[in-house]
Design a binder for this molecule. Structure first.
Ligand code: MG
Length: 383
């Protein structure tokens, strides 16, 4: 029987890679739901290719064919109504959280590229997955690598998770030049071809910060047991150090279709042509990350150590700061300044800050963090 698959964020970078895997696997998969935020022509093109799939558009209202689910609520209804076997969540940012919960609630496995789901709501998401007996399959390349390493060697034998990071386009840039970095420069990633938000996050290392928090949640590892190493070639996707000191790594060419392929076929190890590595002339370099030049990384460790709602606040403040930078309203160096300011506001007056156990509390913290970030941008006249 074919696996019934939903693709959330089907017109984005993860979505397009997922569609490639589904095209190759027509004998194994039936595409039952496709969603986009605003690329309606892209979605309609996909619907001609996968005519049986329900369609959802979450972005601003526009003229749509009859039967298309609209708005955030429409997408949540579509997920519940279609009840897929598995959904790939490639939605960018905090907007991916509620669809992830809807996928698990509908009794589907969740192939998760939306790291914000785990960053914002790990306890909630894992409790729901457990209650429904469903799996969360990480599609982020690093977490996909770690997940396969833990499966191979046993979580109980692993003492350290080592996440690799490309280092982004500014690894070799002089720090005194950081203030002049433009959005155009920040959106040119050296190894991965991705959407604008995650590409900017890779340039500030906020993406790696989010991945540290994501790894802590996914693999039940304290932040102290997770380290980051810069590896500019993006060939080693991550590593695990076992208690005996031996380090195991997962390697492939940087191609998101490999982790997506493995999540779609899980638990089967199906033949796959993507990401195959040729070692001829290959050089692999590693170096320590510069925590001073890229404060988004230590700020993420701080948020992860504090726990509770702080990771959600880190994420929301970063989304606001990143949007302001991409709109040319703030400078590159303002991004960590804004996030630092928001994280260190006196949050304890806002109630139960230790617990990220309900969606409402999480969404309130997210909204408040964005308000504080945006007020700070206005007040400091950063724009
Ligand atoms: Mg990643």
């Amino acid at each position: 029987m074919k696996k019934r698959v939903a693709v959330l964020g089907a017109t984005g970078s993860i979505g397009k890679n997922t569609i490639d895997v589904l095209r190759e696997g027509r004998d194994c998969f039936e595409t039952v739901l496709l969603s986009t935020h605003r690329d309606i022509s892209g979605l309609l093109a996909l619907s001609r290719e996968f005519p049986g799939a329900a369609l959802a558009v979450t972005g601003p209202d526009s003229a749509l064919p009859k039967g298309v689910y609209t708005g955030k609520e429409g997408l949540l209804r579509a997920i519940a109504g279609v009840a897929p076997d598995l959904a790939v969540n490639g939605i960018a940012g905090a907007a991916g959280l509620e669809p992830s919960l809807a996928v698990l609630d509908a009794g589907a496995d969740l192939a998760l590229a939306n790291k914000e789901t785990v960053v914002m709501a790990a306890p909630l998401v894992f409790a729901l997955a457990k209650k429904k007996g469903r799996r969360i399959l990480p599609v982020d390349s690093e977490h996909h690598a770690v997940s396969s390493l833990l499966e191979a060697h046993g979580r109980e034998n692993v003492e350290e998770i080592i996440l690799t990071a490309s280092g982004g386009p500014f690894r070799k840039r002089k720090r005194e030049d950081f203030a002049r970095i433009t959005p155009e420069e920040a959106l040119a990633h050296p190894t991965w071809n991705m959407g604008p938000k995650i590409t900017l996050d890779s340039a500030t290392l906020a993406n790696k910060g989010l991945e540290v928090i994501e790894a802590a949640g996914l693999f039940n590892m304290p932040p102290g047991g997770i380290s980051v190493v810069i590896h500019p070639q993006s060939i080693v996707h991550s590593m695990a150090r076992l208690k005996d000191g031996a380090v195991y790594a997962q390697l492939s060419r940087p191609d998101m279709r490999l982790p997506i392929h493995n999540a779609l076929y899980y638990p089967e190890c199906a033949p796959c042509s993507w990401g195959r590595l040729d070692f001829t002339g290959l050089t692999l370099e590693f170096e320590a990350p510069d925590f001073e030049a890229f404060p988004m990384l230590p700020l993420a460790y701080e948020a992860a150590r504090r726990g509770g709602l702080y990771p959600a606040v880190y994420n929301a403040a970063n989304e606001s700061a990143a949007a302001a930078f991409l709109a040319k309203k703030t400078g590159f160096l303002d991004i960590p300044r804004i996030v630092d300011y928001v994280l260190n506001k006196n949050w304890n007056t806002t109630g139960d800050f230790e617990s990220a156990e309900t969606l409402q509390i999480i969404l309130e913290a997210d909204e408040k963090a964005r308000k504080i970030a945006n007020a700070y941008i206005l007040e400091k006249n950063l724009c």
